[in-house]
Every structure is written in C-alpha cells, then in structure tokens.
Ligand binder design. Structure first.
Ligand SMILES: Nc1nc2c(ncn2[C@@H]2O[C@H](COP(=O)(O)OP(=O)(O)OP(=O)(O)O)[C@@H](O)[C@H]2O)c(=O)[nH]1
Ligand code: SF4
Ligand code: SF4
Length: 310
C-alpha cells in the first residue's frame, strides 16, 4: 500500500469513465476534467486495477459525466471485479437505471449513489434540464429489485431552489430504505450555496447516534430508520485530511484532487506505448507523491519526505 507524504493511505480510486452526460445541471463541475482525448477502454481500466490492487487499492467509484452513457459500462465493471477490486460502486443521475440496473448487478456492481436533488417534478427539471424525475424513481426501484444495495441518494442543497426539501428527502430515504447524503456546493461564493450547519444541528437533536466516517471524516447521523451523511467540501480540512481517494480521468490520467488541475499524470500513454506494469505503478507513485490536502488543518505539515510503501 502507498501512503502519501501527509500520512494518507491511497486505497480508493475515483474513475471517471466519460465526460459526456445526458443532463445539464447548472452547478455541474464535471469532476473538473477538461482534458480532451479518447476514453479508456474496459481492458485498460482492468489492467490498471490489476496493477494497483497489488499495491493496496481496494475500492473503486465510477463517475462521469454520467457513467451510464458508456454502453460498455457492464464490461468495465466486470473487468474491475475480476482484476482485484473488492468493491465497485457507481454515482449516476439514475436516468438509465430502469434498463441497466440488472445488467450492472450481474456484471458485479456492488452499490450505487443516485443524484436526486428534488422530489418535485418541476424543480427537478429546473436543476437538471431534464423532465426525468419519474424515470429516476422507477430506476431506483429497479436497482433495489436487483440488489444494488445500499443505495445512497445524493441531494445537493441549493439556496432558493430545494433547501425546503431537506426533511422530504430524509423521509423519502426512510420510507424506501435508502441512505441519504446531503451535499454542500463546493463553491461557497455561489449564489446557490446553502450551508448545512443549521440542518446538522436539527439532525443532532433527533439522531440516535452520530459517528464520523474514516473516509474524509464525514459526519453520519443515524436517525430512526435512516442514516444521513453530510458532505461539506468547501474549506473543510477535516474532509481533505481523511481523503484516501485518487482520481482517474476518463482519458487515462491520474489526478491528485478534485480541486486541482495542475497535477495530472499520464499513464495511458505508458500503457498504449507498450509500458510494463512496473512503469504504470511508477506513474501511480508519482501521482501519490504529488498528493496534498487541498484544505489543510492550521499548522499541519507533511509527515514524511516521500511516499511510504508498506
Ligand atoms: N471535495 C471533495 N468532494 C467530494 C469528493 N468525492 C466526492 N465528493 C463530493 O461528494 C459528493 C458525493 O460523492 P459520490 O460520488 O456520490 O460518492 P461518495 O459519497 O464520495 O462515496 P461513497 O460514500 O463511498 O459512496 C460528490 O458530489 C462531491 O460533491 C472528494 O474527493 N473531494
Ligand atoms: S448529472 Fe452529474 S455529470 Fe450530468 S450534468 Fe448533472 S451534475 Fe453534471
Ligand atoms: S484533498 Fe481534494 S479530493 Fe481530497 S477531499 Fe480535499 S478537495 Fe476533495
């Protein structure tokens, strides 16, 4: 396993498989991927996993754009599972789940996160640009039917748009047996930025239990019949100090952090030019060496001079 200079083990990959999307959410950051190039092929993603699983990478999150835009996503999932990934999960807008949930489960997908920023048809369309609420709700039922569990709902709080629906989404999660994840916009200067602090206090008042997740130190409130996780990305050193994920762009670059554009390491050229597994690992190591928390705790500094291999 590799541990970065700040003492954070790198055990997870967040792989974007495409930059395309069938939605047009107005706050979308498209994971900050702006490199242009051919998308990685399933066997290339499989090879990457085979190399990195020997060095402590255990879990993979597939993202986009919208990952279900890839017709070969099932193949990607099965490549990952047969190449040493202990868990493969997916974040999706849910629009294509009705048709794809079964095949994805059969390919070995473990669980999914579905973005659901409103339970009101018109508000949903205003946010995403697509009148898709009904289809997505059917897709969630289909995913439950085929055992893609647990399902997490991602609800991004947006000032003036859906902030009045926080309890609605929590109660919807409770009724359907889904986990709920409430997300603040990354950009606190946005006119839509809605801080979740007050709502967190409300949750605290009714929670049976509160815990802090190892991954990114996120608070989780266990309520009667539903759990609610809070993701505060902006200016949150606790999130960054517990960040164990390395990103991979759709075109085959390692990316050290969602908020950094200056740290791309090309591994796909190594692969396509006949490079060895050792060379792919070296590119990974180079990327881990560049990792640093985007937001740091005051007075904190690197623990080690170089990456540790344990
Ligand atoms: N700052 C920051 N935000 C992240 C990161 N990963 C995810 N997020 C935020 O968390 C939201 C939900 O992420 P998901 O892709 O659903 O997955 P996750 O919650 O990170 O992962 P799991 O809980 O393991 O399913 C995203 O929309 C981002 O806003 C990260 O590495 N850094
Ligand atoms: S569904 Fe996701 S990738 Fe697509 S536009 Fe919305 S936020 Fe962006
Ligand atoms: S270090 Fe970067 S990727 Fe990790 S939690 Fe912080 S902003 Fe997100």
């Amino acid at each position: 396993m590799l541990i970065d200079r700040w003492g954070r083990p790198v055990t997870d990959l967040r792989i974007s498989v495409t930059n395309s999307c069938n939605y047009n959410c107005f706050f979308c950051h498209r994971e900050g991927h702006y490199v242009r190039g051919e998308e990685m092929r399933p066997e290339e993603i499989g090879r990457l996993m085979r190399v990195l699983s020997k060095h402590g990478v255990k879990r993979v999150k597939l993202t986009g754009g919208e990952p279900l835009m890839r017709r070969d996503l099932e193949e990607i999932v099965s490549e990952l599972k047969s190449s040493g990934a202990e868990e493969v999960s997916l974040v999706t807008n849910g629009y294509f789940l009705v048709e794809r949930a079964r095949g994805l489960r059969e390919a070995g997908l473990d669980r999914i996160n579905v973005s659901l920023h409103s339970l009101k048809r018109d508000v949903y369309e205003r946010i995403t640009g697509v009148d898709g609420l009904e289809r997505v709700l059917k897709g969630i039922d289909e995913a439950l039917l085929w055992g893609l569990n647990p399902i997490k709902l991602n609800f991004t709080a947006l000032k003036g748009i859906n902030e009045g629906e926080l309890w609605d989404i929590v109660n919807f999660g409770r009724r359907k047996g889904l986990k709920v994840q409430l997300i603040e916009l990354l950009d606190p200067t946005s006119e839509y930025y809605f801080p979740l602090e007050d709502f967190e206090r409300e949750l605290d008042g009714v929670a049976l239990r509160k815990e802090v997740r190892d991954f990114q130190n996120r608070p989780i409130f266990e309520l009667d019949g539903v759990t609610v996780e809070i993701v505060k990305g902006s200016g949150n050193p606790l999130l960054c100090m517990g960040c164990t994920r390395l990103r991979v762009t759709a075109e085959g670059f390692f990316k050290t952090c969602i908020s950094r554009e200056d740290s791309l390491i090309d591994f796909i050229s190594v692969m396509r030019n006949g490079g060895s597994d050792e060379e792919i690992f070296e590119a990974f190591k180079k990327s881990v060496r560049l990792r640093e928390p985007f937001h740091k705790l005051p007075g904190s500094s690197p623990k080690y001079d170089d990456v540790l291999e344990v």
